[in-house]
Design a binder for this molecule. Structure first.
Ligand SMILES: Cc1ncc(COP(=O)(O)O)c(C=O)c1O
Length: 418
């Protein structure tokens, strides 16, 4: 097949397609012979599912509501009632003083990043080429392939703080961070996928100041963050100002199939995203918005996130940590302190094989993880962590996570010759 540059770039081998193919392969026969610890699927949390089922029942029982949900194209900005309810929620909780004009919906936040990154990086009309700066790599695998031009990212290694034995935390290395004229925007995920890191309030404030000083936006990817779905185990407040593009999602609340992303930004930016929505897909789907509407209007989206979702994942994180620490014993490994999201980022220091090879050995046993090298787009040169780290998802059922972690530990111990 003869393809354009665009076609070649977006259809070639890369991390996200590999991940989605692993998921499909693992699920092909109902997932029976596979242990899928690679993907980013959220857990089935019974209390959340029950509440969403109730919301759907309410729609079905309300005359005309179902017909309205499926029968109309939404506005290109997204479902208007939902946008109003979100603006009210954020103003009530945080006094941001925003209106529905500061919000636009997208078909999942992934597609928002595709649009946003290509809006701020790539070729500019004056012939200059700008990049997206990732101040702390490793960063979300889903960013790596969305750039329509080459040389799309610039990223920086973190500082490493060693905590208890076998535990560490990354920090932004502000001494190394330089923002040159070819940076079009800064982006961080908080909590960070893949590490579970939660940038401190001070780190965020410094990044926000730097972005403002260079007249470029700071994008904060809040897919796991506060106030919903609140998969954060430390204290953290959301931040927003006219120079911040805050991205949120309904996926990790337990609704990834609804494909609902939420962008909160200044009006010029939301207007641009709305136009992109119209051009690329006429409008974002509104099933997710309609389903979540009463949760946002009542504020339950925040209480459920805090009281149901957060403890669920926190408990899973502690269990996974405990099992790994027991199984790995005194091997030379470190786990990034799990502060949020639902991944463990494990660094096998001095591992005799690469993380890619470890991935392949595990895949041969039908155990799926993600090798760490996919999470460093834009990092110049090699670094120990690109080759020695893996990401695992601990959100799933215990009958997947437990044997999966066991298989990983046994395989790694064999690799080290223990
Ligand atoms: C950090 C991060 N950002 C964005 C997304 C995209 O999520 P969605 O498109 O489901 O909103 C994901 C999905 O896993 C993610 O982990």
């Amino acid at each position: 097949m003869n393809l354009s540059r665009f076609g070649k770039k977006l259809t070639g081998p890369s991390g996200v397609p590999m991940l989605m193919e692993d998921m499909a392969s693992a699920m092909a026969n109902g997932g029976k012979d596979s242990l899928l610890l690679g993907g980013g699927n959220p857990a089935y949390i019974p209390a959340m599912q029950q509440r969403l089922r109730q919301a759907m029942a309410h729609i079905l029982d309300t005359p005309g509501a179902f017909e309205k949900m499926v029968g109309n194209y939404p506005a290109p900005q997204g479902d208007v009632e939902f946008l109003d309810a979100l603006a009210e929620l954020f103003n009530r909780e945080y006094g941001w003083g925003i209106s529905a004009k500061n919000i636009t919906l997208t078909n999942g936040s992934q597609s928002a990043f595709f649009n946003l990154f290509n809006m701020f990086a790539g070729e500019y009309p004056d012939g200059s080429h700008k990049k997206i700066l990732l101040p702390l790599a490793p960063e979300y695998i889903g960013y790596a392939d969305v750039g329509l031009t080459e040389d799309f990212f610039i990223s920086f290694k973190p500082e490493i703080e060693f905590l208890e034995p076998h535990l560490f935390k990354y920090h932004v290395d502000f001494d190394a961070l330089t923002i040159t004229d070819d940076v079009g925007a800064i982006c961080v995920s908080r909590p960070t996928n893949p590490t579970g890191n939660v940038l401190t309030a001070e780190e965020l404030a410094r990044l926000s100041d730097l972005a403002q000083a260079h007249n470029i936006p700071l994008m904060i990817d809040n897919a796991y963050g506060t106030p919903f779905p609140q998969i954060i185990y430390s204290d953290a407040e959301p931040i927003w100002n006219e120079n911040i593009i805050l991205s949120m999602s309904l996926s990790k609340l337990g609704m990834p199939a609804a494909r609902t992303g939420i962008i909160i930004a200044n009006e010029e930016t939301t207007h641009a995203i709305t136009r992109l929505n119209a051009v690329t897909s006429l409008a974002p789907g509104s099933m997710g918005a309609r389903l979540a509407l009463e949760l946002v209007q009542s504020g339950e989206i925040i209480s459920l996130s805090h009281d149901v979702i957060r403890p669920y994942y926190h408990n899973k994180a502690l269990q996974a940590m405990e099992q790994l620490q027991y199984e790995l014993g005194d091997l030379d490994y470190f786990i990034h302190k799990p502060e949020g999201a639902f991944f463990l980022w494990i660094w096998f220091r001095g591992m005799p094989i690469s993380s890619q090879e470890l991935y392949e050995r595990l895949k041969a046993q039908r155990v799926f993880i993600i090798p760490g090298h996919y999470f460093f787009p834009g990092l110049p040169g090699e670094w120990q962590h690109t080759q020695e780290c893996i990401r695992i998802n601990y959100a799933l059922d215990e009958n997947v996570v437990q044997p999966g972690l066991h298989a990983i530990a046994e395989t790694v111990k064999a690799v080290y010759g223990g």
